[in-house]
Design a protein around this ligand. Structure first.
Ligand SMILES: [Zn+2]
Length: 201
């Protein structure tokens, strides 16, 4: 009963999660390999659906390099089966999209929502900039400490998505995200150190 584990502190510690990360990476690599045939450059899909605003925020190189897979249900890692506890809510989340490395998955029913593609592209840049282990550590750490919507990597993606949805001025999202991540990492090394004070960041 995962809720009992959650209430009584059955959550895996950050150290326990880090030990399990190779399992998560294997699962991610297998998932990407299983869908490789359906993955295509975001630029191609953007053209097909007539998206015009992604190009104002992402360079042609980024849109050509990052890949998208359209699926009925986005694949989420079976964390509890891997022995990683305390993320049940995340595991069961019926997400419209999810990003693994340079590829994101979107639910067929939401494929026309340009802002969803915008959001997942933010995550592809985060993955690219941080690399697997720091990304996972930051993501899982944020998720564990603050919950999904307030985890720092999600906050960054949602804030930018909001800007996009509200017809905000075009900006170079890639540069913006990389700068933000460098600042975050400078403030707080991703692994091995306790968060200083209670700063919300
Ligand atoms: Zn997200």
């Amino acid at each position: 009963m995962s809720w009992i584990r959650n209430i009584f502190g059955g959550k895996s510690s950050p150290q326990e999660v880090l030990v399990k990360l190779p399992l998560v990476e294997s699962w991610i690599d297998k998932t990407l390999a299983d869908h490789a045939a359906q993955a295509r450059p975001v630029s191609e899909l953007a053209k097909e659906y007539g998206f015009t605003r992604l190009q104002e925020f992402y360079s042609p190189e980024t849109l050509a390099r990052m890949k998208v897979v359209v699926v009925d249900k986005v694949p989420m890692p079976p964390l509890s089966k891997m022995g990683i506890h305390g993320f049940r809510e995340f595991e069961r989340m019926k997400a419209g999209g999810v990003t693994y490395k340079d590829t994101y998955f979107v639910k067929k029913s939401e494929v026309t929502r340009e802002s969803l593609h915008f959001h997942e592209l933010v995550h592809t840049i985060q993955w690219d900039h941080l690399g697997f282990r720091p990304f996972m550590a930051a993501y899982a750490g944020g998720l564990g400490e603050k919950g999904y919507e307030n985890s720092p990597l999600e906050t960054m993606a949602y804030d930018l998505e909001k800007h996009f949805e509200e017809n905000g001025k075009p900006l170079n999202v890639e540069d913006f995200v990389r700068t933000q991540l460098d600042m975050m990492q400078a403030q707080q090394p991703v692994e091995g150190k306790k968060r200083a004070g209670g700063s919300r960041g």
